[in-house]
Design a protein around this ligand. Structure first.
Ligand code: 13P
Ligand code: SF4
Length: 305
């Protein structure tokens, strides 16, 4: 069977079974083509609330499927590949953050959405890479503990100089692989290219950026820009999607190593099996945990718009 034939089968099954497929922009091209909606983590979590279908299949990582379930408990939410986790989301446990909170109880805890549901239950506000600066500026609290990404936290702290932001060490193993030397080499090879980067990269990489933003932010910027060449400082799917979408422009990955294997383990045949109920994991959350975690996601939507 060809990829096209399999995609047609998935589209038929989606209709027949009233399924919505959400895909993060790091997913492979053939998956984004059959998705109802493709976006960054903020857009996906907001979108999930308003889709009419009763079943949502998340092609992304576990915290994204959990966020959909937190916001839409009445829907059946399936994580397309149960092994797709985000290593950063697992880096911090509730006990550690509870200890830090007890030492400094007046400091608001802001959690990147790349965290477990359990950890979200004790946080005050969630943010995503596209909404973090706006949300932190809109929060009434001045003293903030930002978890778990030290790189995004550093970027946000620089953008919000009137806030007192403390960080705890954590980060994305994929984006941390990019070195300043990769940027300098790419700039030497493509001197006319603009450098667009995700804030999960280290500060010595981010400081060379012409634009810093979320996955969708990077894609929108490149599409609207009058420039013709871009070095992309985020997961390599974004370079590939942009090259398809803008054939008259040129896109170069800042490093060939910028691959998130967790975003790549979901395959098209698995999505097909999920639609038929033969694969994937249904996300279940106990109601008390869900309600506690929902508070900080609702705050994200309130402050982030
Ligand atoms: P976005 O918020 O840009 O989608 O990022 C999510 C993510 O996991 C980036 O590594
Ligand atoms: Fe997690 Fe990094 Fe992969 Fe994003 S790119 S899902 S933060 S490991």
């Amino acid at each position: 069977m060809t990829v096209y034939e399999l995609q047609q089968k998935i589209l038929d099954l989606k209709k027949e079974k009233d399924i919505c497929i959400l895909a993060h922009s790091y997913e492979a091209r053939e998956i984004s083509e059959i998705a109802d909606f493709v976006g960054d983590s903020y857009a996906l979590s907001v979108k999930a609330k308003s889709v009419p279908q009763k079943t949502v299949i998340m092609c992304g990582v576990r915290f994204m499927a959990e966020t959909v379930k937190i916001l839409s408990p009445q829907k059946k939410v399936i994580l397309a590949n149960p092994d797709a986790g985000c290593p950063m989301a697992e880096q911090m446990d509730k006990e550690l953050i509870e200890q830090l909170k007890s030492r400094d109880p007046n400091r608001a805890v802001v959690a990147y959405i790349n965290t477990t549901t359990d950890l979200k239950t004790i946080c005050d506000v969630c943010v995503t890479s596209s909404s973090a600066v706006k949300i932190i500026n809109n929060m009434p609290e001045k003293d903030i503990l930002f978890i778990p990404d030290i790189n995004l936290g550093t970027y946000v702290a620089n953008q919000c100089p009137n806030k007192n932001i403390k960080l705890v060490h954590g980060g994305c193993p994929t984006h941390c692989r990019v070195r300043e030397s990769n940027v300098l080499q790419a700039k030497k090879e493509h001197p006319n290219a603009l450098f667009l980067v995700h804030p999960e990269c280290t500060p010595d990489v981010v400081k060379h950026a012409d634009y810093v933003g979320s996955t969708s932010g990077i894609m929108d910027y490149a599409k609207k820009s009058s420039a013709k060449e871009f070095i992309i400082g985020t997961e390599n799917s974004i370079t590939e999607h942009l090259q398809y979408d803008c054939p008259d422009k040129k896109f170069y990955p800042v490093s060939k190593d910028l691959v998130c294997h967790n975003m790549k383990i979901t395959t098209l045949p698995e999505v097909y099996l999920c639609c038929g109920g033969e694969f994937g994991e249904e996300i279940t959350l106990d109601e008390e945990t869900r309600l506690k975690a929902e508070k900080c996601i609702n705050k994200m939507i309130e402050y982030g718009g």
